[in-house]
Design a protein around this ligand. Structure first.
Ligand SMILES: *Cc1c(COP(=O)(O)O)cnc(C)c1O
Length: 418
């Protein structure tokens, strides 16, 4: 069986249309050899093009200084516009609906300021009970800011007893039951802990039908799974670029605002000069008049040095396309699943349905989880440990190989044989 698994891996790598992409990335070394890096859901690997792209900015700053805002090949004043085409393709949006700015939690707050519009009757926010902590804190503080008590203004979506995953029908039921009092549904597109990809189209369109606004946190979904934010009628979405989008630690975040909101000046927002009408930006006059696109939510001039690596990385996405990435991701995840199922002490908590997961499997170890984690680390696997007993494995289609998955399997097997 093991021999067959290995043969399958080698054949898949041989026939992989993305096999040349790996050489565009720096693979970290452990103990003098290339690591098996399965942590792209936490921090994606560095594209080799990131440093030269950043150096162009250093060079313009060195040679042009302040003139770099308007001169040189890629003037900083319009630098954020370079992201529109690739980001629109990644999240399924029109170019006017996406903007790269700030960091994820900042953008989440900006989205909540505009689209969480509570009235006394309808002031609740529905979200995952096990949402990422930053999202929980952001929502708690927004609810309090509006004078409500988070303990009853937040409706938590919880899995049924003894289950890890949220069922779509339970989410729809809860939306239905609380439609009159719920102002906003905030959902992580892909659950960071379980790896569950929510049935977003179904859930979001249902919420909209019920008169509930929808915001998405796509930290683990952007660059990982196909998205259609415009067609799904999402009001706003945010994501970070340092996970699957490989743009470097704390790199610039992205935001989507549906085009139907662009011209609506009754929507409250926190404004800054970079969101002001471009023709008048430097007139320094009073009275905020927003750009009529997602750009109108910008606050500050861009953090160009940090944006350069984002640009380098997005060029790879633009060249390869999400369809090819998704295809390989599904094949890799299925292969990983098949190998992990041979271990009776591992329970996979991520959904079995390939359409309800991305490229991550969360492995629950019935015993010796921590010890096995140390063992795989010693053997050069970089992965992610979550209490109480879970290892998250995220093979990234742009730089991981099937053979690495086989080697990972072999490393666990060698622990078990000890
Ligand atoms: C990674 C992650 C964040 C991180 O927020 P930052 O503002 O980028 O630090 C937030 N939410 C989710 C769901 C995440 O997975």
């Amino acid at each position: 069986m093991q021999e067959d698994f290995k043969k399958e891996a080698l054949a898949n790598d041989q026939n992989d249309p993305l096999k040349d992409q790996r050489q565009n990335f720096h693979i970290p070394f452990v103990n003098g050899k290339e690591s098996i890096y399965f942590c792209g859901n936490s921090l994606g690997l560095q594209p080799k093009s990131a440093r030269p792209e950043t150096e162009k900015v250093f060079s313009n700053w060195q040679k042009l200084a302040v003139e770099g805002h308007f001169e040189g090949k890629d003037p900083w004043i319009d630098y954020h516009k370079r992201f529109k085409k690739p980001l629109a393709a990644i999240v399924g949006a029109k170019e006017s609906e996406v903007v790269a700015m700030n960091n994820l939690t900042v953008n989440l707050h900006l989205g909540l300021v505009s689209f969480y519009r509570p009235s006394d009757k309808k002031h609740k926010i529905m979200m995952e009970g096990h949402a990422f902590p930053s999202d929980q804190y952001a929502v708690e503080s927004q609810v309090s800011f509006h004078g409500y008590n988070p303990d009853n203004a937040i409706i938590e979506l919880m899995p049924s007893k003894n289950e890890e995953l949220l069922k779509t029908e339970d989410i729809l039921q809860k939306l239905s039951d609380h439609a009159d009092e719920t102002a906003l549904l905030l959902l992580g597109g892909l659950q960071y802990y379980t790896g569950q990809l929510f049935e977003l189209e179904k859930i979001c369109l249902f919420a909209k039908e019920k008169g509930i606004r929808v915001g998405l946190d796509l930290a683990h979904a952007a660059g990982n799974v196909p998205l259609q934010l415009h067609n799904w009628d999402i009001d706003f979405a945010v994501w970070c670029s340092y996970k699957y989008l490989n743009s470097g630690p704390g790199a610039v975040s992205g935001m989507f605002i549906h085009e139907k909101h662009h011209k609506d000046l009754t929507i409250p927002r926190f404004a800054g000069w970079w969101g002001h009408d471009e023709q008048e930006r430097f007139l320094m006059k009073k009275g905020f008049s927003p750009i009529k696109s997602a750009d109108g939510w910008q606050l500050s001039n861009g953090s160009i040095l940090n944006m350069a690596s984002h640009f380098a990385s997005l060029q790879i996405f633009d060249a390869v396309g999400m369809a090819a990435i998704r295809k390989k991701s599904m094949a890799m995840t299925a292969y990983l699943e098949k190998l992990m199922k041979t271990f009776d002490f591992i329970k996979i908590i991520t959904p079995k349905d390939p359409h309800q997961r991305g490229s991550q499997l969360s492995l629950y170890f019935e015993k010796n989880g921590k010890e096995i984690f140390r063992h795989i680390q010693d053997q050069g696997v970089i992965a992610d440990w979550r209490e109480p007993n879970v290892i998250r494995i995220a093979p990234a289609p742009l730089y991981n190989t099937f053979e690495e998955i086989f080697n990972f399997y072999y490393i666990i097997k060698s622990y078990n044989a000890k």
